[in-house]
Write a protein that binds this ligand. Sequence first.
Ligand code: PMM
Length: 334
Amino acid sequence: MKNLSGRGRVAGLPVWDRCAVMGVVNVTPDSFSDGGRWFDTTAAVKHGLDLVAEGADLVDVGGESTRPGATRVDEAEELRRVIPVVRGLASEGVVVSVDTMRASVAEQALGAGAALVNDVSGGLADPAMIPVVAAAGAPFVVMHWRGFLEGGNVKGVYEDVVKEVVDELHARVEAVLAGGIAHDRIVVDPGLGFSKEAEHDLSLLAHLDRLRDLGHPLLVAASRKRFLGRVLAGPEAAPPPARERDAATAAVSALAADSGAWAVRVHEVRATADAVRVARAVEGARTAGPAPLEMNERGAREVGKTPGAEREPGACGSGRAPGISGERGAEGAR
Ligand code: PMM
């Protein structure tokens, strides 16, 4: 099941030979990062298609804000928001993921053409979720989740956040497997920002290898989250607004891709699409062997020299990274 970098593949979904880019379409009036912008079927479908044109490999459609303290949307309203958008995107050939905690929404979204169910509760919020996904044979994202947060981030207390998240995710994966979802259809996600403070999110990002050791493809969803605001502003200053965190998000995308994440979930796709391609190229160079850097007698470093072979300017030789050529069309000179 492991490919070149060990990021794995998910049965039932296309195979991408690099970290995949999941673009976000929130059909909500109140998501923290983009609430209200695509709160209309036509605008939401168009936005999803725009994300694909910018480089998204799949599009995650959600109709309920998961920000702490948000009131739950009722089922009929969630269906009204999500299903036409899923149908509209799937009918255009887009690989659609549905972001929902409700089995009924997952079931109807799968019927409307969704390829993946992304449940931030990992099947905990609705006991019917795992049976529905298992019966459909659909892939399932199991995110680390400690419950609904009323009255603040009260469940975000850890002694060893990495160990606890890994252990709790492992337990959820066992439950999901016992519920009949196949091993090769399970994706895991550390749930950045969910019952977590900035230092917890950063520790998890620093130890993605430990999450990958769970043996399932890994989804990382850092986009525009609060911890990035904290990193950018420092401990005292006011964090920049969510929509000014896209460059920081792309930096996380490159780091996550280099750590072997299967996919990153982002609101602004273009920069992340570039980031994962750069990470892929570096990975290709790494697997092609040591960089051809040599020290000459004076200790100066000579770049691009291999014994007995002079390179043409710009040639990559055997170190050429798979996927470096032409994925995004013609390039400029520099
Ligand atoms: N975060 C949000 C929504 N859906 N899904 C997964 N798998 N992982 C996440 O961390 C996650 C998610 C919240 O962000 P948004 O409201 O800006 O979409």
